[in-house]
Design a protein around this ligand. Sequence first.
Ligand SMILES: Nc1nc2c(ncn2[C@@H]2O[C@H](COP(=O)(O)OP(=O)(O)O)[C@@H](O)[C@H]2O)c(=O)[nH]1
Ligand SMILES: [Mg+2]
Length: 755
Amino acid sequence: MTTYVASKSRTQNRPGWSISFRHPLRNDTKGKIGLKMRRGLGTNDEQVAEELVAEMNEILADESWWNAAKRGEATTRFHKTIVDAFFDEIQAGRFSPESVRETEIPMPGAEEGYSRVQFVGTTGAGKTSLVRQLIGTDPDEDRFPSTAPAKTTIADLEVVQAEGEFRAVVTFFSEFQIQAYVEECVMAATVAVFDEGTDAKIADRLLNHSDQKFRLSYVLGTWPDASPDEDEFSFDDRPQAAAPEESGARDKYVERLHSFVGRIKSLAKAADTRLRKELGAEFENFLKNDRATVESWFEEFVCEIDSNEVEAFFDLTHDIMDEIRLRFDSIQEGALVRTRSEWPESWTFSCGGRDEFIKQVRWFSSNYWPEFGRLLTPIVQGIRVKGPLFPSFDSIKPRLVLIDGQGLGHTPDSSTSVPTDITRRFASVDVILLVDNAQQPMLAASQSVLRTVAASGYHHKLAAAFTHFDLIKGDNLRSLEDKRAHVMGSVTQAIASLRDIIGAPVARAVEQSLPNRCLLLGGIDRRNEKLPAKPAEFVRNQMRALITLCEAAIEPIAPPDSAPIYDPTGIGFAVREAVTKFIGPWNARLGLASYSGVPREHYNRIKALNRRIAGDMGVEYDSLRPVADLVARLSESISLFLDKPIAWTRTPADDAEAEASISQVRRNIAGNIHEIALRRLVEQHLSEWRKAHEMKGRGSALDRSIAMKHIYEAAAPLPDTVMTEQASRFVMDVRRLIEAAIKEAGGKVQLEVLT
Ligand SMILES: Nc1nc2c(ncn2[C@@H]2O[C@H](COP(=O)(O)OP(=O)(O)O)[C@@H](O)[C@H]2O)c(=O)[nH]1
Ligand SMILES: [Mg+2]
């Protein structure tokens, strides 16, 4: 059995002594029990610090204390600091940022006369630029929300347009989530040392997480000789009045970063030395033939290196965590709520003045390069604002909720599924606004949105906004009409290419409705007045049309009163089809088989996905999204099955009515299918995911791939002529879901009688 021991230490950024210990009841970021924590002791006195550490050791040595119910008794025996440090962590309930935002600023819906518009599209499509136009924030003066040519942050942004004062609530990622990101960044930086990278390369790995979302550079600053990343350096975000910070402060950031890089280097060198020593003559050979294994050993050693009797890796990550905490000290305005470990949970602010409001909120959303080193942006999980944020191109006051979330990322083909964070929202919004760049034909990522929306029965909510119209060039595209025809042609083509996947009836419905719900926008990166008169008027009218369309989306539609009747026999085939299309590409990604159009993924990406799931930190890594994939493939094949009812409770008047009643069933399924996929792929196999993550030694990358394949096959077993018990249970699961969805829509399930 593991024994847990606490120790005291001095740290860079905290006055006085700190205590470090592994918590026996908390999983670490890899899903292993014993999360390593460091807390301030609030004393400068070494003697006192030692007494406190001894108290913690008493708790850690006696398992009978390890129970939330013992807190009261503990309070009578130990110091409050120690009791809090130990028991707060047991009781730390799951903090839900969404519900904090909802409590502070409830999101109005159709009952309050509000329409909710969800912006979906690839990064850089122009979602945020369009939000700016609709809320009347100036691209030069206000720079809120932040836009960027390519990269983006991960926060959800929600704007409620309403008269009255300005209000904001900002929520943050948990300490645990950020800890995991920081660990991954530090680890990647040590690997860069192992690869003999330059200091700039090492710093780059530390400052920019491999998933392209989490960027410590915002908090820690940039490496001095590194030229600003072109994507990061957005002219769009130039300051109102250049506010260069005092050079003294800048020097301090640089120095701090140098010290982190220095520690990473010595940590990595120590691990490298140990690795070479243990492998001896075999080192080179190993490096050539099984790099994945060498890396996994290296990483393991990195975690074990001690300096001054503390684990150097954890010490470093905790120092970076402290740096992040420190950034929050500079917040002067509003109300910042922190946990007992000083981690920020939420920030709320309200005021009457628009400029002041935007200035304060921008602090949490800025990606303004010269401010790097002082920003909080990467820690922000979501921002909800409410207030008189209305268009400036018109005097209208729309009643909209604008929801701008994470970008889709560029994906090679349309079978890459849309992240579940996005698809989960479909049910609760009124308009799903697909934003796409009109310069190219519709990209794979946008097509995958069409697929998902159609298969889940939400295509009546779909609208599309095409941006960058100002940049479309070409000799044969001179007139506006030509340009419009060009863009619409690409929409029609995209729908046609999906016909076999989403089914002809749905494709037809989308083909008919979407062209009337397409907006053509250009120059939305500037104030409307700054465009030449004719285009300005055109774009203004398009935006008015968009607002009208969104407002109309809350008008109730009469539910169809004819409902479909199905023979459930076909469900087995639908499941079989979905499983084949789910397992095939995954076997290719795992490097265990080939599948047309799906490349093998690098073992580090597979491992990163595994780590996310094992550490209970999510189910997706970048474009690797098994849960979303299973949801998508199941919905698609079920959607096709639903296209062919054997009869109707009443013959539908026309194709449109038939399609509307079937889509009702699709929506009912969409509401519950996430839960099935999540349960089968993740929850029921958490221990296997964790085992897979711990695999090390020779051939571990391959072993991990095989373990993941087994998880997938157990979660989604292939129904075959000879059904295993596992497979029939899976089919039953899906069948129950479909039958419930059919009945909920007023339909029936019965065996087809052949006459
Ligand atoms: N020329 C031009 N640039 C645009 C247009 N819409 C957006 N942009 C620029 O494209 C980049 C990405 O826009 P952004 O709104 O951040 O995209 P998002 O990632 O979808 O939110 C920014 O640099 C914008 O200034 C447009 O209609 N015309
Ligand atoms: Mg954006």
